[in-house]
Design a binder for this molecule. Structure first.
Ligand SMILES: *Cc1c(COP(=O)(O)O)cnc(C)c1O
Length: 378
């Protein structure tokens, strides 16, 4: 089946006895055993639940993995995957990461005795030079948050294989519609399902997708033991979101291209970070490994006072954290997503107090452009 069809029919349209088209919300903590000798397939909803199983099978099919696990948030998914490692494991990670992931690595996993090198994982020589006996994994976001740096997944997979490391890719920004890391050689894919997969800014979710049965079994053990699983009603919302993922991503991709061009033409804007520009350093790799550029754009304005003006004057864009939903959002990373990153480090990397990030939604492009224009020029 093609991707768009899988979003709707990954389970081959298996039905319950009533034949409902939408997967029912099995809002039950536990399930009765058939008889003394036959335990039910679903015994207790922390271990497994029919609504969650349906969603997990869909996500596994979309990413091309052996199995997927649905968690109560993206951070819950990442926290669970990190249980695969123990001190003194060393991990090489992108330095430009979602702020929460950085906080987990630095303030939780490092305290437990693990160590990390945070670098530009687009620099393959640097990645390989940092591998040592304790190194267990390479962790990347591509494109990265919020600087839109691109890492070559297939090349990193080659390095990982050679040194027997796991390659873990956070695929939240592009989704499997545009980029399938497992097919490019990654071992585990992570998602904040809160973002594009859910797509409607109405619930939190996270996913870990394992390429092999062997890895899936390990993740399952920690998932059911830690217990941060996604509740049935939330599974329903994410599954419903996934049905329109291709339509939303196409629209978002188109809208974002035009917004990036428009921002680049503004005199008050000094820099635009968007992987769809042919002169972006990661453009060649992007077009090789992904079929779209997504809806994330960051930009820097020349004068700091303009930041407050933009955030106050936008009427269609909303000043809010998060991304990936149908509504366009604009956020100020130094105050929100990256507030925990030390200021000196932020400034060195370009995430300064003139830096904004937008998540493009599915509104009519004319309204989005007009909204930004009036906020910037007013
Ligand atoms: C939001 C986000 C996360 C964390 O997901 P939550 O659902 O908020 O816990 C991880 N990675 C990326 C790239 C994100 O955007």
């Amino acid at each position: 089946m093609e991707f768009e069809t899988l979003c709707l029919h990954a389970d081959g349209n298996k039905k319950d006895e009533w034949g409902s088209i939408a997967t029912p919300v099995y809002q039950s903590a536990t399930f009765v055993h058939k008889d003394f000798n036959e335990v039910s397939k679903y015994s207790y909803s922390r271990l497994s639940n029919p609504t969650r199983a349906h969603l997990e099978n869909t996500v596994a099919a979309l990413e091309g993995g052996a199995a997927a696990f649905a968690f109560s948030s993206g951070m819950a998914a990442l926290s669970c995957v990190m249980k695969l490692f123990e001190a003194p494991a060393h991990i090489i990670a992108s330095e430009d990461l979602y702020g929460g992931s950085l906080r987990l690595f630095r303030n939780v996993n490092a305290r437990e005795g693990m160590s990390f090198d945070f670098i530009d994982t687009g620099d393959l020589k640097k990645v390989e030079s940092l591998i040592r006996r304790e190194t267990k994994a390479i962790y990347v976001e591509t494109p990265s948050n919020p600087l839109m740096q691109v890492s070559d997944i297939a090349a990193l997979a080659g390095i990982a294989k050679k040194h027997k490391l796991l390659l873990i890719v956070d695929n939240t920004f592009l989704t499997p519609y545009f980029q399938r890391p497992l097919a490019l050689g990654a071992d585990i894919v992570l998602h904040s399902g809160t973002k594009y997969l859910g797509g409607h800014n109405d619930t939190l979710a996270g996913f870990a997708v394992a390429k092999t049965e062997e890895l899936a079994e390990k993740i399952l053990y920690y998932a059911k033991t830690i217990g941060a699983c996604l509740a049935p009603a939330d599974c329903f919302l994410i599954e419903r979101g996934i049905k329109t993922l291709p339509l939303r991503m196409d629209r978002i991709n188109e809208n974002a291209k035009q917004i990036a061009e428009m921002l680049r033409s503004c005199k008050a804007v000094s820099k635009v970070y968007y992987t769809g520009f042919p002169d972006h350093a990661g453009y060649a790799v992007s077009t090789k490994q992904a079929t779209g550029f997504g809806g994330m754009i960051s930009f820097e304005v020349k004068d700091k006072p303009l930041v407050e003006k933009i955030l106050t004057c936008v009427k269609v864009f909303q000043y809010a954290e998060s991304l990936g939903g149908v509504e366009s959002l604009i956020t100020y990373p130094v105050r929100q997503t990256h507030a925990d990153v030390p200021e000196e480090e932020r400034n060195r990397r370009g995430i300064n107090d003139r830096f904004l990030r937008i998540s493009v939604g599915i509104e009519n492009i004319k309204d989005l452009i007009e909204d930004l224009r009036q906020a910037i020029d007013k």
